[in-house]
Write a protein that binds this ligand. Structure first.
Ligand code: NAG
Ligand code: NAG
Length: 329
């Protein structure tokens, strides 16, 4: 009897020692990884207290990434990146910026049943508008909540190229013009793509990135630059209808809202994202520039983001297609 008890105690004490040892090891490697991360992303903290508090956040993000990646059953991977010393709340405030105007969900015009591409019958197995030369290089919104501008501009760049308005040339267009001049939206404080399309129609155009470059902050509006592209109309793809979305994306890049908050989206580094750690609230705007099926047979949408080329798959994300989550406002 006594020997049995002894055996159990031994096991218990081994287990607890192993745990605390593992904890200290993680702490030591987290300190080291934070230092490496700081030099890799050129992060400098103004004082020790700030460094200490940023380290705690980094450690939490690192732990999430490492334990996530240990699960080999996932269809995507995470990695620490330039956002890894930010809390999810800070990240959302600085790097997203989709604000859906109140009452949007109740507007009839947003619930169209008939839309331009409804009779498209041939969508094909896959589409990648990059291969058609209709997608400009990945841009970087920096610390400014104007994803709405980048999302809308990428869609306009695409349709401009596809319809050969610019003689078949792909022209990079100006987000800064929207930031400064689109009064319906709120600069780095957030906005909605619907307003951008209305602005472009009203002002009869948008100029090039080169002639009105990006500064990641709202400045004085210069409306005298020459127009590079314009649109005649815009409409909403029917809600909660991936079949309709597929028809639309088969014809042109489409501006979309999604939930980009949560630790997994923030630190996504590749594979097919399945939204396990997000909700269905719209917080971020991107542009769908294609779709396909992975080698493992998972259907995905191809998203162009505006967080630079270091995020995700060279600035892009593949996100699971044909899921049953419903949009809510
Ligand atoms: C792994 O994924 C497959 C397919 O999604 C699922 O059926 C299985 O239960 C998962 N296994 C574990 C251990 O999570
Ligand atoms: C789609 O086809 C139906 C039936 O032919 C037609 O009534 C409708 O106007 C078409 N939609 C568009 C956008 O062309």
């Amino acid at each position: 009897m006594a020997s049995v008890i002894f055996l159990i105690l031994t096991i218990l004490s081994r287990t607890s020692r192993a745990t605390s040892h593992g904890g200290r090891l993680f702490e030591a490697s987290a300190v080291e990884k934070h230092e490496q991360w700081m030099s890799r992303f050129h992060r400098v903290y103004s004082h020790d207290a700030e460094k200490a508090s940023r380290f705690e956040i980094f450690k939490k993000n690192l732990k999430f990434v490492e334990s996530f990646n240990m699960n080999t059953n996932k269809t995507y991977k995470l990695d620490v990146n330039k956002f890894s010393d930010l809390t999810d709340e800070e990240f959302k405030a600085r790097y997203m910026g989709l604000v859906v105007p109140e009452g949007t969900s109740s507007l009839d015009s947003y619930k169209t049943v008939s839309f331009r591409h409804e009779n498209v019958s041939e969508t094909g197995e896959s589409m990648d508008w990059r291969q058609e030369g209709a997608v400009t290089p990945v841009k970087n919104q920096g610390q400014c909540g104007c994803c709405w501008a980048f999302s809308a501009v990428a869609a306009v760049e695409g349709i401009t190229k596809i319809t050969k308005i610019t003689k078949g040339e792909l022209v990079s267009l100006s987000e800064q013009q929207l930031l400064d001049c689109d009064k319906e939206n709120n600069g780095c404080g957030g906005g909605y793509m619907w307003n951008v399309f209305g602005y472009i129609i009203k002002t009869q155009g948008i100029t090039t990135e080169d002639s009105y470059p990006y500064h990641a902050s709202k400045q004085t509006c210069y409306s005298t630059r020459s127009v590079a592209a314009t649109i005649r109309a815009y409409e909403m793809v029917p809600q909660n209808d991936e079949e309709a979305l597929l028809k639309a994306v088969s014809q042109q890049p489409v501006s979309v809202g999604l939930d980009g908050s949560g630790p997994a989206f923030k630190q996504y580094s590749g594979g097919i994202f399945d939204g396990e750690y997000c909700g269905t609230e719209q917080s971020h705007a991107v542009t769908i520039v294609g779709y396909g099926t992975s080698e493992e047979g998972i259907k995905y949408w191809l998203l162009k983001n505006s967080w630079g080329e270091q995020w995700g798959e060279n600035g892009y994300m593949r996100i699971k297609r044909d899921v049953d989550a419903q949009w809510r406002s």
